[in-house]
Design a protein around this ligand. Structure first.
Ligand code: D5M
Ligand code: FE
Ligand code: ZN
Length: 502
């Protein structure tokens, strides 16, 4: 139904606030209220808000009661996303009316965390030991901050206990038993232990992945096996409203431009450029543009890539991109991070694009690493290209390339961008694990999967930015249907997001 609803909205040339989407999906007839609301509008609004559809649904219900004498439906249940976004939905909030002309605001970009210039590893065995120790210690500290694990024991002590035990470990093996239970092998710096997660226990529905750090509450049986009562993720503490700023400046998000590929969508990009430079109120309120990797298609990234290239020189690809960026209006300041197609080392964390490439661009671009934590006007944005989603999709049942927000929620629960080591995501063993989500961001953005979406998780706004590349032969073979040329736009004052299609 979600797809049907979004297709309907896109057909009508408008946008739906995420909270409105959730609300409509909780209704028996999601399209009805929307249709009624649009029919009553003198002109198609830029964004349809939660309030708009709630009102339309109420009107619809009272009409139904009068004409069909049906029992009155229960009052509309506030959508979960609405609860999170509640403080950001003022009366008659219209995305269009709230924007401030961007030119009035000086840009304020600060890079809070980024590997660029700080890489120390050479990839030795000691580097790996140090890297995983740092991961374990950092995530353990987060778990110890939760009341259940304040007094967590070392695994070596927990093994000898006969009472309830609480400990923290890194997952080193996961296997299923023949009765449908699971056994997790957990390690800390002192020992390793086996944990049985029964198929009818509270944690049965959770999927665990290799190398993530979890806390366990359970009892050791006489064979030294822990029967888990619960297996706990560090997670994002509690639910908080979006921590916005005073000014209604807006940020837009894009990624996966793949300049140089013969499937790069030049016409769609031209439309984006024209719109951004137009007099449109939303366009004029854009102050920031976050570009989350795969900015060019690169050279030699996959076998026989040369057959799919329109520009087969890496510098020429970045030069073409630099021209495209220069054509964007001056009031938009850009933050750009690399992805797996860009001209930096493939291992994550990736540093910013090299200086000779940066020099091709205008000065209003800030280059940062992948991942980076960046403050835009005081709003903390965690930008990560999203390569690890390949590993989430291949490991976690039910995950797929069309649901990147599910993988992003898992990352926040695990407080790690790429927990799985040894999969498709190459990881450089830095002294500090830069892939840990240490500081909880206000906005978490990824690209890579060439899909699009916005949602919230525990007060963090999740954004997956779309692509400007049509379906590639590889994606066709794998049945991956991209959603190109969609631009998520976020009001930094309220966290209200919209997706504009080109
Ligand atoms: O990845 C774009 C999309 O295509 C993303 O959903 C992953 C998928 N993709 C691309 N190459 C592969 C391989 N080799 N294995 C699995 N999935 C893949 P991009 O980073 O733009 O190439
Ligand atoms: Fe890509
Ligand atoms: Zn990618």
């Amino acid at each position: 139904m979600r797809e049907e609803l979004l297709a309907f909205v896109s057909q009508r040339g408008t946008l739906l606030e995420p909270a409105a989407i959730e609300y409509l999906l909780s209704q028996s007839d999601p399209l009805g209220p929307l249709d009624r609301f649009l029919a009553a509008c003198p002109e198609v609004p830029f964004v349809v808000t939660l309030q708009d559809v709630v009102k339309a649904a109420d009107i619809g219900r009272s009409v139904a009661v009068r004409t069909r004498a049906e029992p009155l439906a229960p009052p509309p249940r506030p959508a979960p996303a609405a609860a999170l976004l509640a403080p950001v939905l003022p009366v008659a909030a219209s995305f269009r009316r709230q924007g401030e002309p961007a030119a009035q605001e000086e840009p304020d970009i600060r890079i809070l965390r980024d590997i660029t210039g700080r890489s120390t590893c050479e990839g030795t065995l000691e580097d790996f030991t140090r890297y995983f120790r740092n991961r374990f210690q950092t995530v353990s500290r987060m778990l110890r901050g939760r009341h259940e694990f304040g007094g967590a024991q070392d695994i070596s002590r927990a093994r000898r206990s006969t009472r309830e035990v609480r400990f923290i470990g890194m997952v080193s093996d996961i296997r299923a038993t023949k009765n449908g239970h699971r056994i997790l092998e957990l390690e800390d710096e002192t020992d390793r232990i086996s944990v049985l997660v029964l198929s009818d226990s509270a944690s049965a529905s959770e999927t665990f992945v290799m190398d993530e750090v979890v806390g366990v509450v359970g009892k050791v049986n006489d064979r030294g096996l822990v029967i888990a009562e619960s297996v706990v993720r560090p997670d994002v503490p509690g639910t908080k409203p979006f921590r916005g700023i005073r000014e209604h400046v807006r940020a837009a998000f894009l990624s996966d431009i793949h300049v140089g590929s013969n499937t790069f969508l030049a016409e769609k990009w031209a439309k984006l450029t024209a719109w951004m430079s137009s007099d449109d109120e939303v366009a004029r309120s854009l102050r920031y543009l976050v570009v989350s990797g795969d900015v060019v298609d690169g050279i030699g990234v996959f076998p026989r890539q040369d057959e799919e290239l329109a520009i087969d020189d890496i510098y020429a690809q970045y030069e073409a991109l630099a021209k495209m960026m220069a054509a964007l209006p001056d009031h938009v300041s850009v933050v750009m991070i690399p992805g797996n197609h860009d001209a930096v080392r493939p291992a994550e964390p990736q540093p910013a694009l090299p200086v000779p490439i940066q020099k091709l661009f205008d000065s209003n671009i800030t280059f940062a690493g992948n991942p980076s934590l960046v403050s835009l006007h005081g709003v903390k944005v965690l930008a990560y290209h999203g390569r690890s989603m390949d590993d989430f999709v291949s490991t976690i049942p039910g995950m797929n390339y069309h649901r990147p927000l599910d993988a992003m929620r898992e990352m926040l629960k695990m407080r790690h961008l790429a927990p799985i080591y040894g999969g498709k995501t190459p990881i450089a063993p830095e002294a500090e694990d830069h892939l840990i989500i240490d500081d909880v961001p206000d906005i978490f953005v990824t690209g890579h999967v060439h899909s699009v979406g916005v949602d919230t998780y525990r007060g963090v706004l999740l954004v997956n930015s779309s692509t400007w590349q049509a379906q590639t032969p590889y994606q066709k073979m794998r049945n991956i249907e991209p959603l190109p040329a969609r631009l998520p736009i976020v009001d930094l004052a309220t966290g209200v997001a919209a997706i504009k299609e080109f």
